[in-house]
Design a protein around this ligand. Structure first.
Ligand SMILES: NC(=O)c1ccc[n+]([C@@H]2O[C@H](COP(=O)([O-])OP(=O)(O)OC[C@H]3O[C@@H](n4cnc5c(N)ncnc54)[C@H](OP(=O)(O)O)[C@@H]3O)[C@@H](O)[C@H]2O)c1
Length: 356
C-alpha cells in the first residue's frame, strides 16, 4: 500500500524524519522544519552523535528541536515517519533510500544519487550506482521546472546547489531557443557547500583571505546542469563549469556567460524572464541595471537573477545568487515536500534574507 502524504500523526501533523541531521544540510532542514506548522519531526540520525539530543550538538535548536539522534537504520525511520529527508553523503544515501521505498515511504533525497537519469552518467561522474532500478522513479526536484511530477512523486532527487543557480539562471533562454548550446558557468561558493567534515582544504587558514578555482571542467555537478538544460532546450547543451571557493559560510554567486543567437531587442530578455517565472514564489528578478549579491538572499529560499547584455562582445551575462543551504538544499527540499503534500509552497519558507 502506498503511504498517504496527508496521513497525520498525533496532533494532526505529518511525521517526518531527517537522516544525516547533523550535517550542514541536515541542520538547515531542522531549522526550517521547526517552524513548519504541518509537520512533526520524529526521527533524526547521526553516526558520531547517536544518543545525544540534536540540540546538544546544535544549541541554536534548544527548546525547538530536542529529538534524540540515532544511528542510521532506515527501517526505524520508516516506522516513525511518512516522509523522510535523506541528507546523507552520496552512495550512503542510495542504500537508505532503497530501503525506505520498499517500506512505501516518500523520500526527498538531498544527495546526488538519484539526480542523473542514466546510470551510465552516474558511473562516469561518481562510481557504480547502488540502486539503478530506482532511477526511473526519481523526479528531479527543481520545483520551477518539474512542479507537476513532484506532486505525484515517491522519490525526489533534490537538485545540487550549483546546478540550481545555473539552471534557473538560463532556463528561459533555452526554452525559447535564444542561446547557443555551449555556456560557461563561473560560480563562487561559500565553504558550507562542502559539508561539515574536517579537511585541510577547508581549514580557516587555507580559506580565509583566499579565493580559488577547483575541479574546473570536471566537477560532478556538470552532468546535472547539462541534463536539465538539454531537456529544456530539446537538444544537447554543454556546460563548461568553473567552481570557486570563497571565504564565506553560505551562498553561491554564479556568473553565466551565454552567447545569444541574435542581439536582443530592448527589454526583450526582461520580458522573457518575467513571463517564464511569473507567479514563482522564490524567483526574484532584480531590476534592470542591477545585479544580485550573495547577501541579498542569505538565509532565505530565494534565488535572485540579474541580466546584463554586453553588445560589444555579443554576450549575455546572467548573474544568480542563492543560499546553498536553503534554495540550494534544505529550503528546496521543504518546498518539494509542500508540493507533494498539496500545502502552500512557501509554508515555513517565508523567511527574509539576513542582511547584512
Ligand atoms: N552542503 C550543501 O550546501 C549541500 C547542498 C546541496 C546538497 N547537499 C548534499 O546533501 C548531503 C549532505 O550534505 P552536507 O553538506 O550536510 O554533508 P555533511 O555536513 O558532511 O553531513 C553528512 C551527514 O550524514 C551523516 N553521515 C555521514 N556518513 C554517514 C554514514 N556512512 N552513515 C550514516 N550517516 C552518515 C553525518 O553524520 P555524523 O553526525 O555521524 O557526521 C551527517 O549528519 C550530501 O549528499 C550533499 O551532497 C549539500
Amino acid at each position: 500500500m502506498k503511504s498517504d502524504p496527508a496521513k497525520k500523526g498525533s496532533g494532526g501533523t505529518l511525521p517526518v524524519a531527517v537522516l544525516g541531521a547533523t550535517g550542514y544540510a541536515g541542520v538547515e532542514l531542522l531549522r526550517i522544519l521547526a517552524r513548519h506548522p504541518k509537520v512533526k519531526l520524529t526521527s533524526v540520525t547521526s553516526q558520531q552523535y547517536a544518543g545525544k539530543r540534536v540540540s546538544d550538538v546544535y544549541p541554536s535548536l534548544a527548546g525547538k528541536c530536542d529529538v534524540v539522534l540515532e544511528t542510521l537504520e532506515p527501517e526505524k525511520a520508516a516506522a516513525a515517519a511518512e516522509i523522510v529527508f535523506a541528507a546523507l553523503p552520496h552512495e550512503t544515501s542510495a542504500d537508505a533510500v532503497a530501503s525506505l521505498l520498499t517500506r512505501d515511504k516518500r523520500v526527498i533525497d538531498l544527495s546526488a544519487d538519484f539526480r542523473l537519469h542514466d546510470a551510465k552518467d552516474y558511473d562516469r561522474w561518481y562510481k557504480g550506482h547502488k540502486a539503478p532500478h530506482l532511477l526511473k522513479d526519481a523526479v528531479y526536484g527543481l520545483t520551477e521546472l518539474h512542479r507537476k511530477e513532484i506532486a505525484g512523486a515517491r522519490l525526489i532527487a533534490n537538485p545540487g546547489c550549483y546546478p540550481t543557480g545555473a539552471i534557473l539562471g538560463v532556463a528561459p533562454l533555452f526554452a525559447k531557443k535564444l542561446a547557443r548550446n555551449n555556456i560557461v558557468v563561473d560560480a563562487k561558493s561559500g565553504t558550507t557547500g562542502a559539508g561539515r567534515s574536517a579537511s585541510v582544504d577547508l581549514s580557516f587558514s587555507e580559506v580565509n583571505e583566499n579565493f580559488k578555482a577547483y575541479n574546473v571542467g570536471v566537477h560532478r555537478h556538470t552532468p546535472e546542469m547539462e541534463q536539465e538544460l538539454s531537456e529544456v532546450a530539446g537538444e544537447r547543451v554543454t556546460v563548461l563549469f568553473a567552481p570557486h571557493l570563497v571565504p564565506m559560510n553560505r551562498g553561491i554567486l554564479s556568473t553565466i556567460y551565454v552567447e545569444l543567437k541574435s542581439a536582443p531587442a530592448d527589454g526583450e530578455l526582461e520580458k522573457l524572464y518575467s513571463e517564464f517565472y511569473r507567479g514563482e514564489p522564490f524567483v526574484r528578478l532584480v531590476p534592470p541595471g542591477q545585479l544580485p549579491q550573495a547577501k541579498d538572499v542569505r538565509g532565505s529560499n530565494d534565488i535572485a537573477i540579474g541580466l546584463r547584455y554586453d553588445a560589444r562582445t555579443s554576450r549575455l551575462v546572467v548573474v544568480t545568487a542563492l543560499d546553498n543551504l536553503v534554495k540550494g538544499a534544505a529550503g528546496q527540499a521543504v518546498e518539494n515536500m509542500n508540493v507533494m503534500c498539496g500545502w502552500p509552497e512557501d509554508e515555513a519558507l517565508r523567511e527574509l534574507a539576513l542582511v547584512p
